[in-house]
Ligand binder design. Structure first.
Ligand code: ATP
Length: 250
């Protein structure tokens, strides 16, 4: 039974690849209106979880709800209200940014086409919208992916490692944009990350996953309970080797 007030909810969500357990008995609770960081080291099970939430992977067992819809029964309704950015946005290199958004809007139907200009403004690509996608920097490509995720005016945004592969300037631009989106629109934003600093900067809630198991979740202030995020992460996961090199000045 899905609880109102939660944008994402899972019960006992589990995925085995053959005999390998990638996600185990996951009970995730993502309150609406939060910026929620799904934090874990490489291979912890973040992408597998997102794949199950979006119906791209079939769970071995367990249940998942998006915006109150059971993804086994009502996936399309849930996805119509959800915007998604997975790690490599796929666009036509020979079309411009704006033309690519038109292609996405046609596929979405409805009023998506009317949001193209607004989405381009939001991601600060309006001035480069007539340049070919193939000529965009990695950061611009990612921002166009974000614009595409906004075209159906979603209540929930799901981003898988949105800054991975970007240089520090590109990373900062995406983080600023996500923070702005959250504060200006109140949309629920669920993002996976292996970077403590990123979650600290952007998120107000988090869940920590380690070797497929959820080891903690809740408001960041409660999770950290006066400790810095790195100490919390090491305590929850036993991971002494977590990289914090992305933190400016460290
Ligand atoms: P990363 O940050 O590196 O993307 P992640 O937290 O997203 O990591 P997953 O990609 O979900 O982790 O992987 C979880 C575990 O499942 C890892 O041990 C991974 O090797 C394994 N795995 C992922 N996809 C497959 C697959 N298609 N077949 C077999 N094993 C897989």
């Amino acid at each position: 039974m899905a609880l109102t007030g939660l944008a994402i909810e899972t019960h006992g969500l589990t995925k085995h690849y053959g005999r390998h357990p990638a996600v185990l008995d996951l009970d995730l609770r993502v309150p609406r209106g939060t910026v929620f960081g799904f934090l874990g080291r490489n291979g912890a099970g973040k992408t597998t979880t997102i794949g199950m939430l979006l119906g791209l992977l079939r769970p071995t067992s367990g249940e998942a709800w998006l915006l109150g819809h059971d993804v086994r029964r009502d996936l399309n309704t849930a996805l119509r209200r959800t915007g998604v950015l997975l790690d490599q946005p796929a666009f036509y290199p020979y079309l411009t940014g704006r033309e690519n958004l038109w292609v996405v809007a046609q596929a979405l139907g409805g009023t998506a086409g009317q949001r193209i200009e607004e989405a381009l403004e939001t991601v600060e690509l309006a001035g480069r919208a007539d340049d070919r996608f193939g000529a965009y920097s990695a950061g611009m490509k990612q921002r166009l992916g974000l614009a595409a995720a906004l075209l159906n005016d979603p209540e929930l945004l799901i981003f898988d490692e949105p800054t991975t592969g970007l240089d520090p300037v590109g990373q900062r631009a995406i983080r600023t944009l996500i923070r702005r989106l959250a504060s200006e629109t109140g949309k629920t934003i669920f993002l996976s990350s292996h970077q403590l600093y990123e979650v600290e900067q952007i998120c107000d809630h988090a869940a920590v996953i380690e070797a497929g198991r959820l080891v903690g979740q809740g408001p960041l202030a409660e999770l950290a309970a006066g400790r810095d995020l790195e100490t919390m992460f090491v305590e929850l996961t036993g991971a002494a080797d977590i990289a914090t090199s992305e933190r400016p000045g460290s």
